[in-house]
Design a binder for this molecule. Structure first.
Ligand code: G6P
Length: 612
């Protein structure tokens, strides 16, 4: 959601900015813009993609070695050229790019209008740059001081970069609630929403903390001050990201690459944690909090989107194996519903990006009530990873496709390890079952590999159904969250309406939708409520619905009933989500490609939702 890139140094800034924006495209956006500081502040912006911006500036002078660029995901005001960033201050001496939402923008705006400011856009951002100009002019302070004073008046979230015509050797950047990273090269600095635009130039980075302002000057050391005016020593970290990991590596789309990476990413998420020989699970990141978890009256798992589906699998696993009560909460609901939570509770926040605003807010709420807060995150150094007391990284590697795939299976793998660890320590699992599950879990990457070999068959099935407008996904038990995730994947990238339902609930509503045009995707693997799911399949068939079933290899019973079957390797019931999800990801992918959709950057969606 909104991408920020800025550069100052000896090189031409424009190519670095454009490449940086392209690296950030995965976050989701609807317009793009840039500002080159070359004697004047030269702003170019347009609705659409980064490629549209490149086309738009092709005959313009974009030279200069200081500049900033932005991709906007609309919040205040429709996606158009006027609302795109950068925004000028009234006298055009300052320009800003911004990610986040200024919540008190309406009050600030009317105050500024009373003081003679005029607004050209509908954005909350323009308010901030006028405010900075107002402070700078009236209080005669430096740019960084004007930014600092202005940020003290702002309620909301922001990652900003400000350039001033009068200071051609300076970039001011600040963050609160929205991520920002400063890259430090030789005589040059980069600023970006995440490390992907920076990695090919330097591995030395500083992740800004909330309410920190970076004062970046040519040929000087990076300085950081807080909004409350305290000086901070920049904490320089080495990036572990590799350039290969953020490129497509021969695949047509990032999503397909990431689906096919899953044997590796699931293995990586368990590496050094699953010890079959010793009959042990270790999770170093939460070692000091094990006792807290074991004594917890209940565990609350909070997340959004796909991560919320992983949380549901986690609930089933932890309750099933470790017998600790678990509640799963949408972060956006939890944060506003005055939940009962105290020191005896443990909250686990799951997030691929580690930047989801609602999940961050849920964490702060739980921390405020004295609960222990743990994280399951993919992005090291992310806000959620830092806001939690401790956590487990999923180690799935960078996920660029907006629709989450390998992050989901890595989250589920980590939750399985957690449930097993707690069960063993609590003594709620017989040793032979524990050992059997460890061995089976260890074989999952190989079974996922086998499942991926079904890609051609799945593509053929996609060809039969890519034209539909509605679809239903059914599963029971551990396969219910899989059904939800399958439906979410399809709607996200193909724009086909898809509903995930617990199979038995179908007769309380969705059954009314079933006719000969309705494809029903059923996860009907052998363990669990297999017979009951077969009855649900019969109910669909009786109403002429089309059945596409995910079954275990060699299951002739469902084969005789279904219109299409995808046969996956058999595993323990509680591990099925790690395998059954794969064909549903591939189905969505092929259907979306056949419909001509932009698979990696679906309309209206953002990879990392940094506003509530
Ligand atoms: C967005 C993404 C989803 C993701 C959700 C939660 O909606 O498009 O793919 O599942 O945010 O993101 P998180 O990074 O917290 O897992």
């Amino acid at each position: 959601m909104c991408g920020i890139v800025a550069y100052i140094g000896p090189r031409e800034a424009y190519p670095i900015l454009i490449k940086g924006l392209q690296r950030l495209e995965y976050r989701g956006y609807d317009s793009a813009g840039l500002c080159m500081l070359n004697k004047d502040l030269n702003v170019f912006k347009c609705k659409g993609k980064v490629s549209d911006l490149v086309e738009y500036v092709k005959d313009s002078d974009v030279s200069g070695n200081i500049g900033m660029a932005h991709t906007r995901w609309a919040t205040h005001g429709e996606p158009n050229q006027i609302n795109a960033h950068p925004h000028f201050s009234q006298n055009k001496s300052l320009a800003i790019i911004h990610n986040g939402i200024i919540e008190n923008y309406a009050a600030l705006r009317s105050e500024l209008i009373n003081r003679g400011y005029t607004f050209t856009s509908d954005t909350d951002t323009e308010v901030l740059i006028h405010l900075i100009e107002d402070i700078k002019t009236n209080e005669k302070v430096s740019l960084e001081e004007a930014v600092r004073i202005a940020l003290n008046q702002v309620i909301g979230a922001y990652a900003i970069v400000v350039l001033s015509k009068a200071s051609p050797d300076k970039i001011i950047a600040a963050r609160k609630g929205s991520p920002l990273v400063v890259g430090i090269g030789k005589d040059e600095f980069f600023v970006a929403s995440d490390a992907t635009p920076i990695i090919e130039y330097t591995e030395n980075v500083v992740f800004l903390n909330d309410e920190e302002i970076a004062i970046i000057k040519r040929n000087e050391q990076l300085k950081i001050r807080t909004v409350k005016n305290k000086e901070k020593t920049p904490y320089i970290q080495k990036l572990e990201l590799s350039l290969n990991a953020i490129e497509k590596g021969g695949y047509d789309h990032f999503m397909l690459k990431e689906i096919f990476e899953q044997p590796r990413s699931i293995r990586d998420s368990m590496r050094g944690r699953l010890h079959i020989d010793q009959g042990l699970v270790t999770l170093g990141g939460i070692k000091d909090y094990e006792q807290k978890l074991l004594n917890a009256k209940r565990i609350i798992i909070t997340a959004c989107g796909t991560s919320w589906h992983a949380a549901l699998v986690g609930e089933y696993l932890i309750e099933d194996l470790a017998r600790i009560p678990v509640d799963v909460e949408y972060s956006s609901e939890f944060r506003y519903r005055n939940p009962i939570i105290n020191e005896e509770d443990v909250l686990i926040a799951i997030s691929q990006s580690g930047e989801t605003a609602d999940t961050l807010a849920a964490i702060e709420l739980a921390k405020g009530k004295g609960a222990t807060v743990l994280g399951i995150c993919n992005v090291v150094g992310s806000s959620i990873a830092r806001a939690t007391h401790a956590g487990i990284f999923t180690h799935a590697g960078p996920e660029i496709g907006v629709a989450s795939t390998k992050a989901f299976t890595a989250q589920v793998a980590v939750l399985t390890l957690l449930a097993l660890l707690l069960a063993q320590k609590k003594g709620t699992i017989p040793t032979n079952q524990f050992r059997r599950l460890l061995v089976e879990l260890n074989s999952i990457p190989e079974k996922v590999e086998r499942t991926l070999k079904l890609n051609d068959l799945i593509k053929d099935i996609a060809a039969t159904y890519h034209h539909v407008s509605n679809s239903l996904y059914l599963g029971r038990g551990y396969n219910f969250p899989v059904a939800l995730e399958g439906a979410l994947k399809l709607k996200e990238i193909s724009y086909i309406h898809a509903e995930g339902y617990p199979a038995a609930e179908m007769k309380h509503g969705p059954i009314a939708l079933i006719d000969e045009h309705m494809p029903v995707f059923v996860i009907a693997t052998r363990r669990g409520s297999y017979e009951k799911v077969i009855s649900n399949i019969q109910e669909v068939k009786a109403r002429k619905g089309k059945i596409i079933a995910i079954i275990n290899e060699g299951d002739e019973t469902v084969k005789n009933l279904a219109d299409h079957c995808i046969e996956i390797p058999e595993t323990e019931e509680m591990l099925v989500p790690l395998i059954a999800t794969i064909p549903l990801q591939l189905l969505s992918y092929h259907i979306a490609v056949m419909r001509g959709c932009n698979v990696d950057q679906p309309r209206n969606l953002a990879k990392s939702v940094t506003v509530e």
